[in-house]
Design a protein around this ligand. Structure first.
Ligand SMILES: CC(=O)SCCNC(=O)CCNC(=O)[C@H](O)C(C)(C)COP(=O)(O)OP(=O)(O)OC[C@H]1O[C@@H](n2cnc3c(N)ncnc32)[C@H](O)[C@@H]1OP(=O)(O)O
Length: 395
């Protein structure tokens, strides 16, 4: 099997392979006009069995905001697929190894992805780092609490104008949010259900408050055969609770709608508390958000804030340069020759990094090793975050 980055004239074959692997038809010529521009140079991998392209994976250059507020390079991995007649022969394994080496060579500290199936990526060192809630509100019960902020105005934008407004607005909104990622241009253009023949017809609402644009929602109506529609909101972002509330007010004011379903909200957002009758929130479904791979362990440890000192061992079979014992604290990170208080595999580090789990919780199910109960408490304090992380971007 030969594994190498693809040339420009091989990208459409790779796109077709990926679409087929998700049981979707190849892109049309018209769609390719758009999709063809969403590959970043030198970042699309192919695995060849003889002349046949058997598998592919790509990444986009992005950035991730870590605990404490610093940002570091993130390879946003997507369009992973292996031909149905070449599965379970190590094609993905070869692609993942090559891609991780590439990401490390680029100096990107993290790789991240959204997984179709949770069993695929743990073996390559990825772990679920953040979670989100899909929230559905029934319109007939949705009476807002009288104290809920009601500020500003909402206007609808067409797609072209939205592509000018939303990228900057998004970057401003997430500036303070730990776990958020920068959205590559390709993502805005292709992965947002923009009308590229999917039958999806998204509309865009922007909220303006006293200081200008403060939030937006991208939504589309799914109409059942009989009755009113469900408004499916693919993306809702606001710079403050007031901006988010204003967008909920707008979405729930739209006629011929039974319910509003927002795909991704932070797990600690008090949506129920917006309503007089909290049963207005008819469904909350917890989901995996970002699958994280720490590619450069010392840099990732140095970039984030710590709630206390800790001696931590990390084991990484695929990128063995990461394996070692680290002393972390607010004043920095050193490799040390010492007995660790906590030992983790690199996929477990990903699950601790943004506070998805506590060390004590994972010790209870043997996903890591702590030297003693006091060490578990110290490690909990070291990893603790003041606020829940949320990524909230699909790619
Ligand atoms: C970020 C994204 O783009 S997510 C999209 C991922 N793509 C898809 O889901 C499309 C459909 N699926 C596929 O194309 C392929 O089945 C892939 C990419 C998931 C796996 O590719 P393969 O080349 O078959 O994987 P590979 O042979 O390297 O498997 C490595 C190991 O993972 C296991 N594995 C891989 N996929 C799965 C799965 N879906 N379920 C269970 N085990 C799996 C294999 O059994 C193998 O384990 P083993 O070495 O113990 O036997």
């Amino acid at each position: 099997m030969e594994i190498r980055t693809l040339a420009d004239d091989e990208l459409r074959t790779a796109q077709t392979l990926f679409m087929r692997s998700l049981h979707r038809p190849p892109v049309t010529d018209e769609q390719w006009e758009l999709v063809g521009r969403s590959f970043e140079p030198g970042r699309t991998w192919g695995a060849f069995a003889g002349d046949v392209l058997a598998g592919t994976a790509l990444s986009w250059a992005s950035k991730l905001r870590v605990p404490g507020g610093q940002v570091r390079g993130l390879a946003a991995v997507t369009r992973v697929g292996v031909r149905a007649d070449h599965r379970r022969r190590g094609v993905l394994t070869g692609l993942m190894r090559a891609q991780l080496a590439e990401v490390a060579a680029r100096g990107e500290v993290f790789a991240g992805l959204r997984a179709t199936e949770p069993v695929i990526y743990g073996r390559f060192g990825y772990g679920v780092a953040t979670r989100f809630h899909t929230v559905t509100v029934a319109r007939d019960r949705a009476v807002f609490h009288p104290g809920l902020p009601a500020t500003g105005e909402v206007r609808l934008l067409d797609t072209d104008r939205a592509l000018e407004v939303l990228p900057d607005l998004y970057e401003r909104i997430v500036r303070a949010r730990v776990g958020s990622m920068a959205r590559p241009d390709a993502l805005w253009r292709t992965s947002f259900g923009w009308p590229i023949g999917t039958g999806h017809d998204p509309r865009i609402a922007v909220h303006t408050g006293p200081d200008g644009d403060e939030g937006y929602a991208v939504f589309a109506a799914r109409r059942p055969d009989a009755g009113n529609a469900t408004l499916e909101v693919d993306d809702l972002q606001g710079s403050s609770p007031a901006a988010v509330a204003a967008l909920w007010r707008f979405l729930l004011s739209i006629d011929l709608v039974d319910e509003v379903k927002v795909l991704s909200r932070p797990v600690d957002e008090p949506v129920e508390a917006m309503f007089v009758d909290q049963r207005a929130v008819s469904k909350v479904v917890p989901m995996n958000d970002l699958w994280l791979r720490v590619v450069d362990v010392p840099e990732a440890l140095a970039a984030r804030s710590w709630g206390g000192p800790l001696t931590l061992e990390v084991r990484d079979a695929l990128l063995p340069g990461n394996t070692g014992v680290y002393r972390v604290s607010e004043s920095g990170v050193d490799r040390v020759d010492a007995e660790p208080e906590l030992s983790v595999d690199v996929d477990v580090l990903a699950q601790l990094y943004f506070g998805r789990w506590t060390v004590s919780a994972l010790a209870g199910v043997n996903r890591l090793r702590v030297a003693n109960p006091e060490a578990a408490a110290r490690a909990d304090a070291a990893f603790a975050l003041p606020a829940t992380a949320w990524t909230g971007t699909f790619f």
